[in-house]
Design a protein around this ligand. Structure first.
Ligand code: GRF
Length: 216
């Protein structure tokens, strides 16, 4: 079966990109990355693409008069590469409503919290300040509002006594590297649909029950 063609947008480190690259390299994985775009030439993630021999492009946002022109350039590159799905992976530019509409239900993001809790920046600091016992990550379809949209999957991690922002971020990042490839697999298998702003996954499997933190 044809593999789902994916474009990935990054701005920095690219550890989620690397997780997606590794997943796509597995035999039988139903997606392939056809293009990586960074808005920053110094994004370390570009090296992951180069190492994997995946085409990449730098599209600096400062080269464009406004957001609409920048987003149009992104779309043009993605379409020229044949991308059917766009994954945001640490892409630090807000996309225009026009771009989001053009890629509606074909544009996904990963955010390091259990949305709708803690959208935006300083996620981990706010989670720690609120004293939540679990945080995690969310893979979701993108809507015009930041860090909002139909949720595809989430991974939860405990918040532990003495956690710093860095410690919590690292624990969540590990979960991200499992969650994003799994979401891409489900998408590539064509099992994910949006119905009334909620995601349905054909063959959805989950175990009932609960996890306590503190566990007593
Ligand atoms: C991740 O924490 C992701 O959830 C957020 O930005 C970070 C990107 O990290 N959107 P990396 O560039 O993938 O390492």
């Amino acid at each position: 079966m044809a593999r789902l063609k994916v474009g990935v947008l990054i701005s920095g480190r690219g550890s989620n990109l690397q997780a997606l690259i590794e997943a796509c390299a597995e035999a039988g994985f139903p997606a392939e990355i056809v293009l990586v775009i960074s808005n920053r030439a110094d994004a370390a993630g570009l090296q992951h693409a180069a190492r994997a021999k995946i085409p990449s492009a730098v599209v600096p946002h400062r080269d464009f008069a406004d957001r609409a022109a920048f987003d149009a350039a992104l779309s043009a590159r993605l379409e020229a590469a044949g991308a059917e799905l766009v994954c945001l992976a640490g892409f630090l530019r807000l996309l225009t409503a026009g771009f989001v509409a053009r890629w509606r239900d074909r544009l996904v993001n990963i955010h390091p919290s259990l949305l709708p809790a803690f959208p935006g920046f300083d996620t981990h600091a706010r989670a720690l300040a609120q004293g939540v016992r679990f945080s995690g990550c969310t893979v979701h379809f993108v809507r015009a509002e930041m860090d909002a949209g139909p949720i595809i999957l989430q991974a939860a991690v405990p918040v532990l006594p003495g956690d710093t922002e860095d410690a919590l971020a690292a624990r969540i990042l590990e979960a991200e590297h499992r969650a994003y490839p799994l979401a891409l697999r489900l998408l590539g298998e064509g099992r994910v649909t949006v119905a009334g702003e909620r995601v349905e996954i054909a063959g959805f499997r989950a175990s009932a029950g609960f996890v306590l933190n503190p566990s007593g």
